[in-house]
Design a protein around this ligand. Structure first.
Ligand code: MRU
Length: 370
């Protein structure tokens, strides 16, 4: 077994008073960590993508909610509870598409029952829940990797989009988890990383973390992906997900849908890897997924340079929806699912409505677990 070092994108500070993140806005030029203590710290880090990726924002949001209450433990119980609710709502509003954020925040809120718990005890429960969410995310990533390994082979050439690696989670990533485990086993895997316009999570982040771990990675322009497939240089596509509807429609970084179409055209499997907490059973299909629109300057002033003339309108959706029929398999921490996907009646995933249901059993799903 080869030793593969994977970075930790989200963790507690040693005294457990704040959330320590790697500031992803600065990579690959500078490595800097940031400690999030206040509500503003947490909201700013998520909104500006200092911490990003669906699982990572869910984990950081929950931990940040606990940290943001530390300075208020001497408030009255009513004030403390009101602040808990208000802080959760502000964090929830930072980014709308990834379901992981409302899921972890709802988990935190059910730890505050109406009974007369004092602030100190309530705070301890919140820190415990946030730590459980952190630990579970790490474990889910590893299990995704173990299930996903069955889809890889020694020598595989894997194309990925955006960053669904360690930087996007608290663990070893989702789409990149099988790649890390394959590298541990000494397999030679080459990753083709789409640069991922407009914010370059592929070239800045995926290339950074994989090269740091000694895994061969080549960056390509987004527009090169289809022709790489046509030239026979891609064995499979693996991407992450921000939200998966009950029928298997997948919201992920803008450009994923185009990749899925190109992969189908060339007979290449298109895999989606995500924790079961990314399955949103409340949505029958992807049509109801709220796609975040980001600021025009991400396109018009790319990294500080004017790239679109002033006055020209811009459309900047951060995500797109890949229809389930283009998805070959969905790899979760609970197994590899093949079409027809039907997570509606499954006990996989979440059905949240202010409170979370933490079912874990698989039976009942019509999708096939292989
Ligand atoms: O806008 P970002 O960088 O947060 O978008 C991230 C993605 O689209 C990822 O592919 C997705 O969150 C899965 S991360 C394991």
């Amino acid at each position: 077994m080869r030793n593969v070092t994977v970075i930790e994108a989200v963790r507690w500070t040693p005294d457990r008073s704040a959330v320590r993140i790697i500031d992803q806005r600065l990579l690959p030029e500078r490595y800097e960590e940031r400690d999030l203590r206040s509500l503003d710290d947490v909201c700013d880090a998520i909104t500006t993508l200092a911490v990003r990726g669906a699982p990572a924002i869910g984990v950081a949001g929950a931990m940040g909610l606990a940290a943001s209450l530390l300075a208020h433990v001497r408030d009255t119980n009513a004030e403390f509870r009101a602040r808990l609710a208000a802080n959760a709502e502000r964090i929830r509003a930072t980014r709308p598409t990834a379901v992981n954020l409302p899921w972890t925040l709802d988990r935190m809120l059910v730890r505050a029952p109406s009974s007369q718990l004092g602030n100190q005890r309530l705070l301890e429960l919140l820190f415990d829940e946030a730590t459980a969410i952190l630990d579970e995310d790490r474990a889910m990533c590893r299990r995704i990797g173990e299930h996903g390994l069955a889809l890889l082979h020694d020598g595989a050439r894997v194309l990925t989009h955006c960053n669904a690696g360690a930087l996007a989670t608290a663990g070893i990533g989702t789409a990149m988890a099988p790649v890390y485990l394959a590298a541990e086993r000494g397999w030679s895997i080459e990753v083709l990383a789409d640069e991922t316009r407009p914010l370059l999570q592929g070239s800045r982040l995926t290339a950074w973390e994989l090269s740091r771990a000694g895994i061969p990675v080549r960056v390509i322009a987004d527009g090169a992906a289809a022709s790489m497939m046509a030239r026979g240089l891609v064995d499979m596509v693996i991407v992450g997900a921000d939200r998966i509807a009950a029928n298997g429609d997948v919201a992920n970084k803008i450009g994923s849908y185009g990749l899925a179409i190109a992969a189908r055209h060339h007979g290449i499997p298109f895999y989606v890897a995500a924790p079961s907490s990314t399955l949103d059973r409340t949505l029958p299909n992807g049509g109801a997924i709220h796609v975040e629109q980001r600021h025009r300057d991400e396109l018009a002033r790319s990294f500080g340079t004017l790239t679109i003339p002033d006055g020209v309108p811009v459309e900047n959706p951060a995500f797109d929806i890949t229809p389930a029929e283009l998805v070959t398999s969905i790899v979760t921490d609970q197994g590899v699912w093949r079409p027809p996907f039907n997570f509606m009646d499954s006990t996989l995933g979440i059905r949240y409505s202010g409170v979370v249901s933490a079912e874990r059993q698989v039976p009942g799903a019509e999708s096939r677990l292989v």
